[in-house]
Design a protein around this ligand. Structure first.
Ligand SMILES: NC(=O)c1ccc[n+]([C@@H]2O[C@H](COP(=O)([O-])OP(=O)(O)OC[C@H]3O[C@@H](n4cnc5c(N)ncnc54)[C@H](OP(=O)(O)O)[C@@H]3O)[C@@H](O)[C@H]2O)c1
Length: 237
């Protein structure tokens, strides 16, 4: 799959937050290969500076580091959590655990809100720039016909509202900025692996990223604050 990023003014910097993840690492590779930006900066809990969504000071320090390098044209937030050794998505209300629900909110919604707080004001003020965060279609309230996964669904729905709200404020400062919540589709990563079902269309990360970058390329300020699928389709809230 090919994509172009010609809608961005040449130069400037791209940042991928969650560069250690399956989709995040593929974003770093694709953006570096595009040659469109002067630098591609990957950030994760293991980079220097480290960025931990549960530690606002680390986000502030990382944003200050990035700001020093020059105009920020593209930020991709590819962080998120669905399950780990302590947490798995609920199949029923009786499985709700308040601490794990709070953790899902902290990583899937509050973390990206803090990224918007600290990186949003560092986005280039003139010319196209994009802040894209990875949401999930299961965060759509009107599309939910199945139930289950209540913490992850609710945190992603919250993330979508955060994106919409932030887009309005950040757009006043940078009128060509596009803030997007993107659904990547099902992608073959550590996050999806435990839930892979036969027959599901699972994309290799580079394929999903090329599709997402085509959506980013096609987006303009009229779409800011939107919830968009890797196919380019606008998703219902
Ligand atoms: N894969 C899919 O099928 C799929 C479908 C729909 C939506 N999504 C969304 O796409 C995004 C990326 O998912 P993925 O599939 O690439 O998952 P992944 O491979 O598990 O990557 C998740 C990333 O989030 C980072 N992260 C987790 N907790 C963090 C914290 N406290 N501070 C900083 N970073 C943290 C991880 O960093 P560490 O390496 O440090 O843990 C890793 O870089 C997520 O938002 C997910 O909800 C994925």
């Amino acid at each position: 799959m090919t994509f172009s990023l010609n809608s961005f003014p040449p130069g400037g910097h791209a940042v991928v937050i969650g560069s250690s993840g399956g989709i995040g690492a593929a974003f770093v590779d694709a953006l570096e290969a595009s040659g469109r930006f002067d630098a591609v900066i990957g950030l994760s809990r293991r980079t220097d500076p480290p960025l931990d969504l549960l530690d606002e000071a680390s986000i502030e320090t990382a944003a200050a580091f990035v700001k020093k390098q020059g105009a920020l044209r593209l930020v991709v937030d590819a962080t998120g959590i669905l399950s780990d050794e302590k947490m798995s998505p609920e199949k029923a209300l009786r499985q709700i655990d308040p601490a794990q629900m709070a953790r899902s909110y902290a990583i899937n919604a509050i973390g990206p809100a803090l990224l918007l707080k600290h990186f949003g004001p560092a986005m280039a003020r003139e010319g196209k720039s994009v802040f894209a965060t990875l949401s999930a279609k299961v965060g759509s309230i009107s599309d939910n016909g199945l139930g289950g996964w209540i913490s992850y669904r609710a945190a992603k729905a919250g993330l979508n509202q955060i994106v919409r709200t932030a887009s309005i404020e950040l757009g006043r400062r940078a009128p060509e900025l596009v803030v997007l919540a993107l659904h990547p589709g099902t992608v073959d990563t550590g996050l999806s692996k435990p839930f892979a079902k036969a027959g599901l269309d699972v994309q290799p990360p580079p394929v999903a990223v090329a599709r997402l970058l085509s959506v980013v390329e096609g987006a303009d300020a009229s779409q800011t604050g939107g919830f968009v699928s890797y196919t380019g389709e606008r998703l219902p809230w």
